[in-house]
Design a protein around this ligand. Structure first.
Ligand code: PLP
Length: 365
């Protein structure tokens, strides 16, 4: 079978270095807030081109802590509104509501699946404080337009970069395209740890300082608590794994682009809508998402032919029980995306042979 994602194979490529790095941490006797985390933060900040990177426990925490820090700084308060794409993964929205802020859902562009910037302004009110731009499936959102709107209305721009490490927009990497950015290192992400992990990047010294304290019990000096903080730190062992994998991230992205380009050039089934790429460097292909009205049949047919596919995502946030207050809302584009999307296998270990086989089967459907 061609698996959707073979994490074992992906990490096996780097097994010797990962094991060596792991042994080093075990032997050091130091497991949180040590040299590995410091070094990874420096290396990841440099990779993104950001002034600061702060390691945290996971991607959701990265986003939660950004909003929390803005509240501590008096930039946002309970009940303020944050614009967010309606078709994002639930974590983006949870980060907003978790902070007592109000998510304002905006439809995506049907071709790019990213926030439709032409629909942002009509949703702005006196309570709007920020736009949470999600680089969904690995393609950078249209940050030029989004930042221009934010500037006009004096809003913060926060990036959800969980799926888009290394994507470049107008020469700038994700993590540096807004005021602050949240990254996830969940094992299946393009830069994945061997467990949970996350980071915030920002060029804002004050914000970085508050986020660092918030993730460490609200403390800068041991046993002195400035904020009612939380515990959200990046373990030494995960930082060590990430330092190894960061060195190969650009290669991983290149491999994903080869797979994606093969799909784009060779899928000719007219029942299938291929993803639209703005520019090559905008997209790091965390997911290769096609759309088809015949999704159920196609998914079953591919599975019968030994090809595993997944749906990102089957239920839109406004139809989730967790947000039952939104069930009456209608987001036509979001719903049509959720009803038709299908993600094909793509990773650094998906061989061109596999991709050819998948394309051949799809074209024969
Ligand atoms: C994975 C993901 C997150 C959350 O990351 P975790 O590390 O799983 O907490 C947030 N936003 C998006 C878009 C994601 O894909």
């Amino acid at each position: 079978m061609i698996p959707f994602l073979d994490l074992k194979a992906i990490n096996a490529q780097y097994a010797d270095e990962l094991k060596e790095a792991c042994a080093k941490v075990i032997d050091s006797g130091w497991y949180i807030q040590g040299e590995e985390c410091d070094a990874f933060e420096d290396e990841f900040a440099k990779y993104c081109g950001a002034k600061h990177a702060i390691g945290v426990a996971n991607g959701l925490d990265a986003l939660i802590l950004i909003f929390r820090a803005y509240k501590e700084l008096g930039v946002m308060a309970d009940g303020d509104e944050v614009i967010v794409p309606a078709n994002t993964y639930i974590a983006s929205i949870l980060a907003i509501s978790e902070n007592g802020l109000v998510p304002i859902l905006v439809e995506p562009n049907i071709e790019t699946y990213n926030l439709d910037y032409t629909k942002i302004e009509e949703k702005i009110t006196s309570k709007t404080k920020a736009i949470l731009a999600v680089h969904l499936y690995g393609q950078a959102a249209e940050m030029g337009r989004i930042n221009a709107i934010a500037k006009k209305y004096d809003l913060k721009v926060i990036e959800d970069s969980a799926q888009a490490h290394g994507a470049i927009y107008n020469g700038v990497k994700t993590g540096c395209l807004g005021d602050a950015s949240g990254f996830s290192f969940y094992p299946g992400k393009n830069l994945g740890a061997l467990g949970d992990g996350g980071a915030v990047t920002t060029n804002d010294n004050e914000l970085a300082d508050v986020i660092r304290a918030l993730g460490n019990y609200g403390s800068k000096i041991k046993y002195e608590n400035i904020y009612k903080g939380t515990n959200s730190r990046l373990d030494e062992i995960q930082a060590a794994m990430l330092r190894v994998k960061l060195r190969y991230l650009d290669n991983e992205i290149e491999r994903r682009r080869e797979v994606a380009n093969y799909y784009l050039d060779n899928i000719i089934n007219e029942n299938i809508i291929l993803p639209k790429v703005m520019q090559q460097e905008n997209h790091v292909w965390h997911l290769f998402v096609i759309r088809t009205e015949k999704r159920t049949q196609l998914q079953k047919y591919l599975m019968d032919n030994g090809i595993q596919t997944l749906i990102h995502y089957p239920i839109p946030p406004h139809k989730q029980t967790a947000y039952k207050e939104w069930t009456e809302k209608e987001f036509e584009i979001t719903e049509s995306i959720h009803n038709t999307v299908l993600s094909l296998p793509i990773s650094s270990t998906t061989s061109i042979g596999d991709v050819k086989y998948i394309v051949d089967k799809i074209n024969k459907h």
